[in-house]
Design a protein around this ligand. Sequence first.
Ligand SMILES: [Zn+2]
Length: 76
Amino acid sequence: MPIYEYHCNRCSHDFEYLVLGGDEPGECPQCGAADVCRLMSACGFVSKGAGGETVSSSAGSSCSGCSATSCAGCSH
Ligand SMILES: [Zn+2]
């Protein structure tokens, strides 16, 4: 079973999520923000522990460097 790592762009919390049938977490289990990003090579890795990331959630625009539609705050 595929377990992917996700990163929350709001609280910088990294968590693993067991993906079943293409289901995605959609939100951070810690702070509940929908601004999560799957940690894969295509999606810019945000350095851990940085905190204070300025998240500008421009609605509607999906990330060009990440397949996840919920990735609104990664570095792309
Ligand atoms: Zn979070």
